[in-house]
Design a protein around this ligand. Structure first.
Ligand code: ZN
Ligand code: ZN
Length: 218
């Protein structure tokens, strides 16, 4: 059993997931989660699909004992984060993730900075997922990024799918009051709530409910 049963990163058929929103919510119920977020990719969700997406999340959320939040996973590009303010304004939270293929960790840090400076962004998704391939930034760059998150009131997710960020990073977030959230990044309903790695790391880092982005809803 999870002590902080929540998962703020799940995908559905509205992007590249295989389950319906109702199925993600049902899976969250089965798993005993208190809170689940639906966070499909922005580039699938322009115009009409976005309105349907939001209606469905509100509908199934209204029928469940689980708190169901409407999120989105946006892409961080060199032009900024691809979520328009009119969409962000209707959502409970916005995740921004780096999905670009990069050659070095310095570029990754620059993109993460862009995301932290964007007022529509709430959470940085799977931070550092590509470091094993592109190399690791130095400690100073990482510290600078956490400081920026602290200044701008942004959160980082702890991704059980990619097993990032690392313990030192999460510890520093807790020390500075930078909020955290658990993420399965499920693309199938049966993976919703697979966040035990996130919780283990969070507890090792000394995290408590106050350190969670949606702690007051748990
Ligand atoms: Zn992603
Ligand atoms: Zn994702």
């Amino acid at each position: 059993m999870l002590e902080f049963p929540h998962d703020t990163h799940t995908h559905s058929v509205y992007s590249d997931g295989v389950g319906g929103i109702m199925e993600n919510v049902a899976a969250a119920e089965l798993r005993g989660l208190s809170l689940v977020g639906i966070s499909d990719h922005t580039h699938y969700l322009g115009g009409k699909p976005f309105n349907r997406y939001l209606r469905e999340i509100r509908r199934w959320g209204g029928e469940s004992d689980v708190t169901v939040l409407a999120g989105i996973e946006a892409n961080v590009t060199w032009e900024g984060v691809d979520v328009p303010p009119e969409i962000a304004g209707k959502l409970d939270y916005v995740i921004a993730s780096v999905h670009l293929w990069l050659d070095d960790p310095g570029e990754y840090i620059k993109l993460a900075e862009l995301a932290l400076l964007d007022e529509n962004v709430d959470v940085i998704g799977h931070f550092g997922a590509s470091f094993p391939y592109i190399g690791y930034p130095d400690g100073e760059d990482l510290l600078g990024l956490i400081e920026l998150a602290e200044e701008r009131g942004k959160a980082f997710e702890i991704s059980s799918r990619y097993r990032v960020p690392d313990l030192d990073f999460v510890r520093e977030c807790v020390r500075r009051g930078v909020k955290l959230t658990f993420a399965s990044d499920a693309h199938r309903p049966e993976d919703v709530g697979n966040v035990s790695w996130s919780e283990r790391l969070f507890r090792k880092a000394g995290g408590t409910k106050e350190d969670l982005l949606f702690g007051e809803l748990l």
